[in-house]
Design a protein. Sequence first.
Length: 322
Amino acid sequence: MKPRLSVVIVNWNTRQLLRDCLEALQADPASSQWEVLVVDNASADGSAAMVQTCFPQVQLLVSPENLGFSRANNLALEKARGEYLLLLNSDTRVERGALGALVDFVEGHPRIGAAGPMLLNADGSLQLSCGIVPSLRAEIAHKLLLHRLFPFFKLAGWDHGSARSVGWVSGACLLIRRQALEEVGPLDPAIYMCCEDLEWCLRLSKGGWQIFYYPFSRVIHLEGQSIRRNLEEMLVVSQQSLFYLFQKHFGPGQLFILRLLTLIEMGLRSALWSALFVCFPARRAEGLQRLRAYRQILRRSLFDRTYWSPMKTPADKRSSEN
């Protein structure tokens, strides 16, 4: 029988977190109606062997290289058979009944293409995991470090206690209807990581599908456990993904403005973290990674066209073919 839900988990060197995640899924009585697929992105910590030994019912896909988040998820989405498909981070703990409630909600509203649950930090506090449609207006506030004064992008002025239509939900736990997936396509494989959920939700919205936040389904998310080990690379890749999103959906004019804003942002953040580096010795390790990343983003945003204009233009394609 076709499973009601396919749960897709991408793992990269998070063996114990992955084990805890799978145990939480297995503890849900409704899990007998699900299939679980794990894509291991060339981990070196024995994650794949752990899945094979401890969770033989899980469909394990082992990649010989790190495909990144989008391509690895797409690999599993191609094989998933469920009517509903869930992207789930390995650093999550799903509460019992949470996924069934989320599927029931989407199933009861035919125009909802994707939905996300309430995400909680390890201490039970709210983790902002949804927001308005990406836009230059939102990025102006963020790039000028005004997002705490004007936190509208992540809807921080709202208590997140009711279901509502939103512009995007976090890819840490994102449910998509199969029909919506078939209409808009999978995650954009050109995005290695970061912003892939925003871009997917943007395509869903353009295709006429609704995106919903559903707080009566709750998932604990130990945010960023796998990428904190290489914060510098994550920050650099994240900015390139944002450039790509703007180039793809908003055109060269807004991309140019975003590039200028990014230069200003890197200057502001470098000054701020230089001060933190001096005043707070405990944060110096993080500060070093951030300052190196900011310098690299600044330099590449100025001089590296392949960084700030990642999509190939027709001229670029002709050049690469010759």
